[in-house]
Design a protein around this ligand. Sequence first.
Ligand code: GLC
Length: 710
Amino acid sequence: MATDIHELLNSLTLKEKIGQLQQLPPFLYIADLKNEVYGTVRDLGITEEDVFLSGSVLGIRNASEMIDVQKAYLKRSRHQIPLVIMADIIHGYETIFPIPLAMAASFDPEVARKAARIAAIEAQTAGIHVSFAPMADVSRDPRWGRVMEGSGEDVCLAKAFAKATVEGFQHDGIEKIGNMASCVKHFAGYGKVQAGRDYHAVEMSMNEWYNTYLPPYEAALKAGARLVMAAFNTFNGVPASISPFLMRETLRDRLLFDGVTITDYDSLQQVIAHGAAYDQRDAARLGMTAGIDIEMGSATYVKYLESLITEGVIDESLLDQAVLRILELKRDLGLFENPFKGADLDAEKALVRSEAHLQAAEKLAETASVLLRNDNHALPFMTHDTVALIGPYARSRSTNGGWSWHGDIEHNETLEEALIRHKATISLVSDADNKEALSDHDKTMIKAADVVVLAIGEHWRDSGEARSKSMIALDEGQIELVRFAKTVSKRVVVVLYGGRPLVLDDIVLADAVLMTWFLGSRASSVIARTLLGNISPSGKLPMTFPKNNGQIPIHYDHLNTGRPNLRDGNPYVTQYIDVQNEPLYPFGYGLTYADIVIKDLQVDREIMAKGDVLHIDLTLQNNSDVTSEDVVQIYVRDVVSLPVRPVKEMKAFKRVKLSGHQSVVVGFDLGPEAFSYVAENGHVILDSGLFEIHAGMDSQKTIKRLIEMR
Ligand code: GLC
């Protein structure tokens, strides 16, 4: 019989209600709390009673720990409301998939959906009920370390991946074992931190908010995400965790979200440091007023809400609304019927890191690498080619990337092992990450090899939370390695690892550059198979690669300005005097081993009425013998508008597979939403007048058609 959560709410004491808003780490329930009284419990200023009144847990190690925690909690609980277990299951649980930015590079939302689905199946065996994913923060600034957790610079791509990730986690209902509730984050605008510096301020025009940064969160909510996590940053001067504009006007009133809101770690207490509150009592008041339900990592609610309510500062109805939303989530997760939902030691053994899941991780990683250069078909090489494999990633297992706590890299293959397993002929392996570390013997072998593979890039810890960088360049030693190899070798291939776009500098001297991000548990096998031609790379850049740090922030959907640079010699145009405006590699760019081009672009009408659907047909032609997938992209420009609109905005994309010399017709339908934008007052606008329709294999080289909207 379904629990009547209103009856349950009415049966709770004020302290019990407030307890439901608190989220704590799991060890507090099973450790010797007398020890913890001098640790986390004391730091939070809470009591043992508070610990056993709390409503949710952040993180859990496995099924056994979850069962112990839940049992210990319920044993001391008067109301018998189970704990809900939440965790960061970002791109896999123990089977690790490519980092989210790499999944976005596949331009295939099914990759994210399938990855989230498997991640949920595995994490659920540990009794985890909520995943703090997707991160739907659009970002145009690769200095920000957390770009690795998102889907890049483009709103269309970010919407598609946010939706797919939520649907992957929640699947056919969060009440079912193997499915999890999704918590979209970080609300809002976290990807726009000033200067790419983590936790910094965010200033957001309503034009940017409605047209670029809000839509991916909205897409996650439309897909049914049950929770929203507040961001650390201020949003136009107001810390997001206490922003009525974000948490009430936008979430509740505009988006009609009726799920649970949760702070980020300690972000409610941080409003004091922000300068928005004098003390924790004030923070608690502001959080409850703004509509934050669960407090993670700090305990201002547990310590001050009771007095705020009894003194009439906060109306108890606000607390009741928050508690009801939490009880509704627990009910819908089926926790009242089964407080241990999902926790299953046998399932854990059978499903976690199963061969089927690892094979899926390999399959899903195949389309995420981005081939940036491939001069003279340097790639793929043959198994009989002698390979000198050099660099810090030659023998590394660290291919999981950040936010992969449960993934044990010791299970991962190294690139050397994978190349050998796939029958490559390795003549030399060296971990050298600079030229000086090469012995004379190494140099001799490098000269003699048919191909030098430099496995280099960022350390995996250089991206993720609190990992912003002022210079996104590679170590000089690694660049020197490329320069040296280029002077002595017939063929230089760079396999690049990283959690963000990178300034490549002389890396581009290499004959081939393959951006492999961090592809997860089966990264090395996918990379080896790509280098050997078993896979044709087909990923596309989800974020622009700048020529240098000075170009940042840089993104393809920029405004034209009044003095666009037409390269006609006029110096009084928008430009730098020391570097071109164009990036090194644009959004949507990526080569394959084939040669797939757009032969023709047809629109089914040149004059449209508002509300019409424009049908586009384009012919893709593979001018090579090689079968490959590629991604064709459709961009739209509203030529005359106020406020002015970007020179192009991606509105659709499709991943297509072509055999050698095959051509196919690919169709798209663009409805009114592809031509509309949101005005600063929040109203949707569809202009009359001219629109450009662009089709391209990247955002820079496109074929254009004009249509008129009447
Ligand atoms: C972190 C992150 C957030 C994560 C949370 C719980 O600080 O900002 O993305 O979900 O804390 O670990």
